[in-house]
Design a protein around this ligand. Structure first.
Ligand SMILES: Cc1cc2nc3c(=O)[nH]c(=O)nc-3n(C[C@H](O)[C@H](O)[C@H](O)COP(=O)(O)OP(=O)(O)OC[C@H]3O[C@@H](n4cnc5c(N)ncnc54)[C@H](O)[C@@H]3O)c2cc1C
Length: 307
């Protein structure tokens, strides 16, 4: 039988898997509720390559790791909150709660588990995309649009999604080029509207982006031509960063998010989620709000159980 570690004199009440913005926010609400909490974090937040985070009041333009670092310092000042660097590799239900196991083979018993594990961006295997991701290949205009407003911007998308994306990015710049990366699947009405706004549509497949240190200078086409742009907007497909909630029985939405109510409660009793893994509104502010609500709701459930 495996050894179950208790990290202090008393058993854990909550384990938070993922110690980025959502997980830390939940840990703060729970630490302030005197709950015995362990945060286990793999250290790979999705925005780690971005130089400056925007659109979160009090932290606008701050390096993402500094926001998380300050949050961690504040959260770990609460004595009932503990932290481990590492990956959780197994989670299983057990009478009265869950057993959570890490890659280094430590196991912990807990009454509730919160997954704040984010999502994994599946970037295309195109030259330069990975290096430019979050620097000049951008997904979110609310996060990075202001910094490139009025510049020559590319959008790589096709079909209805492309129309929607072009319309949105047009708010930040009128110098737009749409790259459909293969034959266009735009409906005629959308194609006409895009062209009426003077936006070129390029259907030649994209082979990559030309860049220096993540800052792109153009979109490279399979024809050998390079279209000059200052930044490229692109929304990659994603998958859950961590499969354990699904392995525990959590339902996913059609879009691939973990299904949960407004307080992060999933269909599996005792399993909560917060942040990008359960919310298409992808921002630091939204992740912090979700963690804050989930933390309070977990405490409430424990209060009702224990009083
Ligand atoms: C390139 C890029 C730039 C962005 N820029 C901005 C911006 O400027 N402003 C803004 O508001 N938002 C921005 N965002 C969105 C923002 O970064 C996310 O909404 C936010 O990081 C979500 O926080 P989270 O805690 O849900 O997930 P994440 O920050 O992704 O953190 C998830 C954490 O869980 C850990 N984890 C996953 N699985 C396990 C496991 N099995 N065991 C242990 N740990 C695990 C990971 O290592 C990671 O530390 C950006 C996103 C991207 C991709």
């Amino acid at each position: 039988m495996e050894a179950i570690t208790t990290t202090g004199a008393a058993d854990l009440e909550v384990i938070i898997v993922g110690g980025s913005y959502a997980g830390l926010s939940a840990a703060m609400a729970l630490g302030r509720s005197l709950r015995r909490v362990l945060v286990i974090d793999g250290g790979l937040p999705c925005n780690r390559q971005t130089a400056h985070s925007h659109n979160f009041i009090t932290q606008d333009g701050v390096v993402p790791a500094m926001i998380a670092g300050k949050a961690r310092d504040q959260v770990l000042a609460y004595p009932s909150v503990q932290w481990i660097n590492g990956m959780v590799t197994e989670a299983r239900k057990e009478a009265g709660g869950f057993v959570i196991t890490t890659a280094s083979d430590e196991s912990f018993h807990t009454l509730r588990v919160l997954f704040a594990t984010g999502i994994y961006d599946m970037l295309p295997e195109l030259s330069g995309f990975q290096a430019c991701w979050g620097i000049s290949v951008l997904h979110c205009p609310y996060c990075h649009g202001y910094e490139v407003n009025g510049k020559r911007l590319g959008i790589m998308a096709n079909g209805d999604i492309a129309f929607d994306y072009v319309r949105l990015i047009h708010q930040w710049s009128k110098q737009l080029t749409l790259f459909t990366n293969g034959p266009s699947t735009l409906v005629d009405a959308h194609r006409q509207k895009i062209q009426q706004h003077g936006i070129a549509i390029i259907e030649t497949p994209v082979s990559g982006v030309a860049h220096v240190g993540g800052y792109l200078s153009g979109v490279m086409l399979a024809s050998g031509e390079v279209e000059v742009v200052d930044a490229l907007f692109y929304r990659p497909a994603f998958r859950q960063h961590c499969d354990l909630p699904v392995a525990l029985g959590c339902n996913l939405t059609e879009q691939g998010y973990i299904q949960a109510d407004d307080f992060g409660k999933t269909n599996v009793p005792g399993v909560f989620v917060a942040g990008d893994n359960a919310n298409m509104m992808r921002s630091v502010a939204a992740a912090v709000a979700a963690g804050n609500k989930a933390g309070a709701w977990i405490n409430r459930e424990l209060v009702e159980e224990q009083f």
